[in-house]
Design a protein around this ligand. Sequence first.
Ligand code: GLC
Length: 570
Amino acid sequence: MTVEHIELAPAITVPKDWFASQVVYQVYPRSFADSNGDGVGDLRGILSKLDYLQRLGVDVVWLSPIYTSPQDDNGYDISDYRNVDPIFGTLADLQELTDGLHARGMKLVMDLVVNHTSDEHPWFIESRSSKDNPKRDWYWWRQPRRGAEPNNWGSAFSGPAWEFDQATGEYYLHLFSKKQPDLNWENPEVRAAVYEMMNWWLDRGVDGFRMDVINFISKDTSLPDGPVADGKLFGDGGPHFLSGPRIHEFLHEMNLEVFAGRDNPLLTVGEMPGVTVEDAVLFTDPARAEVDMVFQFEHVALDQEDGDKWRPKKLQLTDLKKSLGRWQEGLAETGWNSLYWGNHDQARAVSRFGDDSPQYRELSAKMLAGVLHLHRGTPYVYQGEELGMTNMSFGAISDYRDIEVLNHHREATTHLGHTDAEVLAALAPLNRDNARTPVQWEASLHGGFTTGSPWIAVNPNSSHINAAAQIDDPDSVFSFYRKVIALRHAEPVVSHGNFTMLLPDDANVYAFTRSIPGSTLLVLGNFSGAQQHVTLDEDWTGAELILGNYPSDPSLRLRPWELKVFRAVD
Ligand code: GLC
């Protein structure tokens, strides 16, 4: 948005919960669409797909990081917050993207990665240059403890969370890779620099931020050791930095310094691993002015032993309903939920929560869309989910690209005594590269993603799972997403209705109602490949079936992976 644009815009007052009727689409640029044949997706690639996004009907695009970056963690390691990495394009391309989205009535939300920078960011280069550099205190530098790391914390990407710096004889903290040093938010100069950068982006017309691991920014400054779980090499620092002592203060300050006083509708969502419902109420209470909504992680940890993604286990539907139901209830009065099955850090939704076999892939992808989008909250669609894209079957470790996978494989085979085959089998279901294979646009070579050699393999099922085959097919997964998204736009009961979970103990059927005065919907989703007969306390005979993924049948019988949405008739 240009300055003239802002001045000409009518002074509209937007209700704070305008995002209740919106749907967000996440673009992971490296894997979306490649315009120049270098094998990496880019901004001009995204520009070429704006009509596609408009057709889908989404309101907001969240763009994963496109900033200048050494790409150690695919752009979540930023070395210049105010520029675009040449692999993705230029600032001018980004402006064109912003304008192109606005022209189509869509908004652009940028990723804000400020728990850490790249070690190649000028701030860190200065900070590490000497102990008395003015920016020394912008990061977490500590003396060795007994000649080793200052505490026992492990990094999220294996190994210790500390890296020794030869030049000054101290360690710096990195909760992620050693190329992602943590910023010290205790220092007011750091906070001011971040807010200034955020304002700079908003002044250029972006419409909000998805805030990367934002509940990690306030740490217990004494940095105590964390508990060491069985079979682990390092301590878990989580208790000392997850939603730490000053987190609410920092987010409120950010709100005042960046968002307050801007009258165009901005969307803020905090990514918050480990966040509890009770904390989320505080984070998203509009009266407290922190963020609009958070990404919570409970429902994506239910298929893991002790929340360890490398020890997958079967998901129990009753656990999923219990968890999502608690979040619905907890944020019913105050605050707001975000709704997601997947993103660039999670396995593909249909492979994880549905059934990606040829027989049930489409049915279960549609059922999942209906169940998620009809909850109360703002739904997020991760690129390719709207096509029913599946997990990838990778072969050797050399097929993977994700630093998290590669580091884990190295640590598990060299220090924990696991065999290559064991590690590969354990990481297959939930590794992040499942979601990072390129979007499948067409049946042609590399799924139409690139004319070159893709940075990561395209899923061979692109020969039949692709956008070209779906956009004009009224029965496709894509068309089903269009319907579900349109339903949120059209129906106040979807955007604003109360949520009531039904049948919490049923192991196969997900059932709930949404209601506002004068309108009630019943949503039934069969999470199994077997037929189910639903019995409800209330009489739903005669209700109107308004959405489903099978040929219409108004009974309460559910065929394999069937979704039925009824509207009560008075
Ligand atoms: C977030 C991002 C993830 C990244 C990490 C470190 O969880 O979503 O992709 O690796 O933060 O920035």
